[in-house]
Design a protein around this ligand. Structure first.
Ligand SMILES: [Zn+2]
Length: 281
């Protein structure tokens, strides 16, 4: 059982360009399709994987890229789970980090000063630094209005107006998720919103997990009680208890993949914690 792997990915794009920030968490469609076609053993459901019957494939965030990766997996006979945020789905809100990436990919500005970081020329590494700062700033804000303002200010500073997100980053609708469910994709809980849970109080985290799970159940998706924490890093704290979460999934490169054993928190929460592995093709 300890040899099983639960993989995490974010979706596919037609031709992967590593110089494009919007592509950085994505996989190339052709490479992914080849991987699915050639993999000797099919991916199994998360529950089957946890019971030692194979590896599982999970996809985070409710985007078109995620939907297309999930459908590819199904077309090759694999089981797959998609972790979605009802906040984005219900309100048809773009994921803010994709908005930031798109603005930085699209800009022709030669300088910018954001949170003390200046971008004197447009190199990818400088854009990555700016992106990190903006993300930190965004995550500190608790009001949705303040967050929208921050993205609007960034757009103005970068001189990018009226540029839509690429189609593969569009947010899925409830109907899209229902369609995926009918195609055999498990729709799972990525929390109500894609907040930075390490900055939320225990009570807020509990609410985010519960609201996400309750929405899934109310819309016919919620057979499971798996939760993939947004941004992959935060562990549950020792004070949190989760009646709506049996497994808390991470995607944390600093922790070995697999079950997290004998943590002090584990004795005091109802959730098991499992670190997923990034799928590398
Ligand atoms: Zn996510």
């Amino acid at each position: 059982m300890q040899n099983l792997t639960i993989y995490a990915m974010h979706g596919v794009v037609d031709t992967l360009d590593i110089n494009c920030l919007c592509h950085r968490t994505m996989h190339d469609r052709t490479l992914f399709a080849n991987h699915l076609a050639k993999r000797p053993k099919k991916y199994v459901t998360i529950n089957d994987a946890l019971n030692g019957r194979g590896d599982a494939l999970t996809i985070d965030d409710a985007t078109v890229a995620a939907k297309e990766a999930a459908l590819l997996a199904r077309s090759h006979g694999h089981e797959v789970s998609l972790f979605a945020n009802p906040y984005n789905v219900v309100l048809q809100k773009s994921y803010f980090f994709h908005q930031i990436n798109m603005l930085l990919d699209s800009t022709t500005a030669t300088s910018i000063a954001v949170s003390g970081v200046s971008l004197p020329s447009i190199t990818l590494s400088e854009k990555v630094k700016v992106k990190k700062k903006i993300k930190e700033q965004y995550c500190r804000l608790s009001m949705e209005g303040e967050r929208s303002l921050l993205v609007a200010e960034l757009a103005a500073q970068l001189g990018v107006t009226n540029v839509p997100l690429p189609r593969f980053l569009a947010t899925l609708s409830t109907e899209d998720l229902t369609y995926l469910r009918k195609q055999g994709v498990a729709i799972e809980n990525h929390g109500w919103s894609h907040a930075d849970y390490s900055r939320l109080s225990d009570a807020c985290v509990k609410l985010e997990v519960e609201d996400g799970q309750q929405w899934l159940m109310a819309n016919g998706f919620g057979q499971n009680y798996h939760f993939a924490v947004p941004f992959g890093h935060p562990l549950p704290t020792r004070h949190q208890a989760f009646p709506h979460c049996t497994v808390w999934f991470l995607e944390n490169h600093n922790i070995p993949p697999g079950p997290i054993g004998k943590g002090i928190w584990r004795q005091e929460t109802t959730a098991k914690v499992w670190n997923r592995t990034q799928l590398v093709l």
